[in-house]
Design a protein around this ligand. Sequence first.
Ligand code: MG
Length: 249
Amino acid sequence: MIRIKNEKQIDGIRKSCKLLAALYEEILPAVKEGVSAAEIDRLCKSFIQSRGGVPAWYAENFPGAACISVNEEIIHGIPHKRKVFRSGDLVSLDIGIDLGGYISDSAKTVAVGEISPRERELMEVTQKCLDAGIEACRAGNRISDISHAVFNTARAAGFGVVYEYCGHGVGLSVHEDPNVPNFPSKRGPNHRIVPGMVLAIEPMLTMGTDDVDHLNDNWTVVTADGTKACHFEHTVAVFAGHTEILTAL
Ligand code: MG
């Protein structure tokens, strides 16, 4: 069931999202060579809690405030203290905040030190996929318009697209209907996008394969071929005449 949000709910979700955007602004510069994922997770946790929020992934029993996925890790990476960033790493942060019952969700990938030109392109194209997906997320369009926009942008540049995980409704809980696939899907309903929808749009691209594996820590999703991955995500709210990126400052 898709939960259409009223104005008061969108206001609450927006506050949660702005807090998350402010968190990224403060935290991202700290993702550097020699810093561990556990240290970044600690910074995220204290930022969120000092402002009256709760890390949203706690409700899912994830062992951290931030999913921190490095290189071939795509999503749901655990912020271990032995996960120390090195030059050449692609580090994806995926964070959600529960602020008074309103949930935000956003992901960003940053490069540590020197990365290759093709890896730089992966980051740029994933960001472009997110922009294209948001552009297609208009009242009157369908969810498949977002999927096509993301997929076509990724494939035009020759990158892998993760099929197994996708965007989703968000705002009153961490994962709501509808699913927002990053590929043209023939399965399931292809909902019309209507005002009051709040969606997390989150392209996940890889340097190689579309296929994923799961580590035996029960969380971490990695590329099946070991190539690096990239992930960008915004929470957006749909209005009659426009779509607002809630997790942008
Ligand atoms: Mg998400």
